[in-house]
Design a protein around this ligand. Structure first.
Ligand code: FES
Length: 549
C-alpha cells in the first residue's frame, strides 16, 4: 500500500485493488481563515484526480472542499458513504456530479473488488456537522485506520477489525475555543494550556488503544494566514496554544515511549508493509525540518503568497445587502418554535452583536428581536458581512462557516452550553428535528401526543421528526411531512418501508386530559410544552437544560 499525504486529513491511498482519495482539501476554508499546514500548493493534482473511490469523512470544509471536488476529481469515482441518518453528505456530493455511492453500515466491513472498507460513523448532534467518521482500509496485505478528527467511542469494534499497520489521527485543536472568548488573559492562558494538554493526551490514548505499527499525525493543525488571525499559529511551542504541530506530537509520542511515529507533509509518500513504513518527502530533509524549526519565516512566506486570495475573499463579502434583523427573524423564529428541547437546554438569550444591529435569539419566548438591554447568556460579536453571507447563501450550518472561521468574539455567563452551538448547526427544520429527536431519545421524556383519537409516539420512526408538528393524518393514515413516510394508525404499520412501526393506540373515552399533572405531594410531574398535546416530565429533561449557563 502506498499513501500520499495531501495535507490536513487528505490522503491518496493506492492499493493493488484500486485507489481511494480521502478528504482532499486545497482551498482555504471558513472565510479564508484556515489554510493547510504545511502548504499543499505543490501536490501533484493530476496524480490524485482519478481515484477509484472517494471518501469524505464529513462536511466540515477542511475535509469537504466542493470547489476542489468540482474542478479536479472525476465523477466516475465511487463514493464511500458513512452511515449518517441524514443524507446531507450524499446530497452535497450528488450536487457536485457524483453518482456512484456505496452506503456503508456503521462498524461493518464491506468488501468491494478485493478491498475491504469499514467506516465508523458518529451521529450525535455534537459530532462534527451532524456526523463525523473514520475509515478502515484493508487491501489484504496491509490495513490502516484513518481516524482523521473523529472521536470513535466504540473502540472494541475498531480493535476487532485490526490489527493495524498505520493509524492516521488528529492530535491538535481545531476549534475557536478558547481564543475567541473575552476571558481575562490569565484565564485564557490556563484554558489554552489545558486544551492543548487534553487534545494531545487524548490522541496518545487513541494510539495506545488502536496499537498500530505506525502512527501518522494528521488532520491538523491548520494555519492562519490572515493578519487578524496570524497570532493563532503556534510559532514557538507556546504551552497555551491549542494548535501544536506534527513535530510537537511526534516528540510527545517519543517521550511516552512510542518511537513509531512518522512525519508526513503534503506530497510525502509512505510505502507501507507489515514490517515497515518508509516515507519519502517531496523536499530535502533539512527543508522539511525548517518548516517546523523556522515556522514563523515559513508562515510569513506562505502568507505573502496567499495574501491575494485572502484579499479577494474579503472583497467579495456582502455588505449592506440584507436587513439582518428581519432576515434572522423570518428564518430563525419558525425554528425556535419547533426547538422544544433545544430551548430548554439553552434556557436563556443569545445576543448576536454585529455592530450595525444587536439581535436577541430568545430561547425563553422563542422570539427573535432587536436587543433592548435584556440580560443575555451568550454574546457573539460577529462582522455583519459574515452574517449577511450566511443569510444570502442560506448557510444551514454556521459552525461550518462563521464559528470555525474564528472571526468572532464570544462571551458567556456560566459554563459551556452545547445546545447553543448545536442550534447553530441545525438551521433547517430537518436538521433541527434530528437534533431534537436525538435529545428526546437520550432522555426519559414521555414521547406521546394525541390526535384523531389516538395516542401516538411523538418522534417519527424514520429520522425522528416531531410528529406533533410534522404529521398529517387523513383516513387513518399518518403522513410525516418531513420526508413523506406513511403509517397506518390502526396497526402502526409503516407503509413506506419494511419495519419501522409506529406506536399508536386509540384513546379510551374515560381518559381525561389535564393541563398540569400533580402528584399527591403537590409536585408537578408533567407539563404541557408549547405544542399542545405533548407531555414532558421536568425531571427527565437533559442535564444541561436544568442549569442556566
Ligand atoms: S423524519 Fe423522515 S419521514 Fe419522518
Amino acid at each position: 500500500m502506498e499513501i500520499t499525504f495531501l495535507g490536513q486529513a487528505g490522503l491518496f491511498i493506492e492499493t493493488r485493488h484500486g485507489s481511494i482519495l480521502c478528504d482532499p482539501w486545497f482551498n482555504p476554508a471558513y472565510f479564508a481563515s484556515w489554510f493547510p499546514f504545511p502548504s499543499n500548493e505543490n501536490v501533484d493534482l493530476e496524480k490524485i484526480s482519478r481515484p477509484t473511490y472517494l471518501y469524505i469523512s464529513h462536511l466540515h470544509h477542511d475535509h469537504f472542499d466542493p470547489q476542489f471536488l468540482r474542478e479536479h476529481v472525476w465523477k466516475d469515482a465511487t463514493v464511500l458513504l458513512p452511515d449518517y441518518p441524514l443524507n446531507l453528505l450524499e446530497r452535497r456530493l450528488g450536487e457536485l456530479g457524483f453518482t456512484k455511492f456505496i452506503q456503508t453500515k456503521n462498524g461493518q466491513a464491506v468488501e468491494v473488488d478485493g478491498l475491504r472498507f469499514m467506516i465508523m460513523a458518529m451521529v450525535a448532534p455534537i459530532d462534527g456537522p451532524l456526523g463525523d467518521s473514520g475509515l478502515v482500509v484493508d487491501d489484504g496485505e496491509t490495513r490502516i485506520f484513518d481516524q482523521n478528527d473523529s472521536r470513535p467511542i466504540d473502540l472494541d469494534v475498531l480493535i476487532n477489525h485490526g490489527p493495524y499497520d498505520a493509524h492516521f489521527l488528529q492530535f491538535s485543536g481545531a476549534i475557536w475555543y478558547p481564543m475567541v472568548y473575552q476571558f481575562p488573559e490569565k484565564m485564557l492562558q490556563a484554558l489554552g494550556r489545558k486544551k492543548r494538554e487534553n487534545e494531545i493526551a487524548r490522541a496518545l490514548r487513541y494510539t495506545r488503544e488502536i496499537g498500530a505499527s505506525f502512527i501518522v499525525p494528521s488532520a491538523g493543525p491548520p494555519c492562519f494566514l490572515d493578519d487578524h488571525l496570524f497570532d493563532f499559529n503556534d510559532f514557538d511551542r507556546d504551552p497555551a496554544n491549542t494548535f501544536p504541530d506534527q513535530a510537537v506530537f511526534l516528540e510527545y509520542l517519543q517521550a511516552n515511549g512510542l518511537d513509531n511515529g512518522r512525519l508526513m507533509i503534503p506530497g510525502s509518500v509512505a510505502t507501507l508493509s507489515k514490517e515497515a513504513c518508509t516515507v519519502m518527502h517531496p523536499l530535502p530533509e533539512e527543508q522539511v525540518r525548517a518548516i517546523f524549526t523556522q515556522k514563523r519565516a515559513y508562515l510569513e512566506n506562505y502568507k505573502a503568497r496567499q495574501q491575494p486570495v485572502i484579499d479577494a475573499q474579503k472583497a467579495s463579502w456582502p455588505r449592506g445587502q440584507v436587513d439582518i434583523l428581519s432576515s434572522l427573524h423570518d428564518w430563525f423564529e419558525p425554528l425556535l418554535e419547533q426547538a422544544d428541547l433545544t430551548s430548554v437546554g439553552i434556557n436563556g438569550r443569545v445576543l448576536i452583536d454585529c455592530d450595525v444591529q444587536q439581535i436577541v435569539l430568545d430561547f425563553h419566548t422563542r422570539h427573535v428581536y432587536a436587543w433592548n438591554g435584556e440580560e443575555w447568556d451568550y454574546r457573539f460579536h460577529i462582522d455583519p458581512a459574515l452574517i449577511e453571507y450566511c443569510i444570502i447563501h442560506h448557510e444551514e450550518d454556521w459552525i461550518n462557516q462563521i464559528f470555525l472561521s474564528c472571526r468572532f468574539e464570544a462571551q458567556r455567563k456560566g459554563a459551556y452550553n452545547e445546545y447553543v452551538y448545536n442550534f447553530f448547526k441545525c438551521l433547517t427544520p430537518e436538521r433541527l428535528q434530528y437534533a431534537e429527536g436525538y435529545y428526546a431519545e437520550k432522555t426519559a421524556v414521555q414521547q406521546l401526543w394525541e390526535s384523531n383519537g389516538y395516542r401516538i409516539q411523538r418522534r417519527c420512526p424514520h429520522l425522528k421528526a416531531d410528529l406533533a408538528r410534522f404529521a398529517h393524518i387523513e383516513n387513518g393514515i399518518l403522513t410525516c411531512t418531513m420526508h413523506g413516510w406513511q403509517f397506518e394508525l390502526a396497526t402502526g404499520r409503516c407503509l413506506t418501508s419494511e419495519g419501522h412501526p409506529l406506536y399508536a393506540q386509540p384513546i379510551k373515552d374515560e381518559e381525561v386530559e389535564v393541563d398540569e399533572q400533580t402528584s399527591s405531594n403537590g409536585q408537578v410531574n408533567s407539563i404541557r410544552t408549547k405544542c399542545s398535546h405533548c407531555w414532558y416530565n421536568p425531571k427527565d429533561l437533559p442535564e444541561a437544560s436544568k442549569k442556566r449557563t
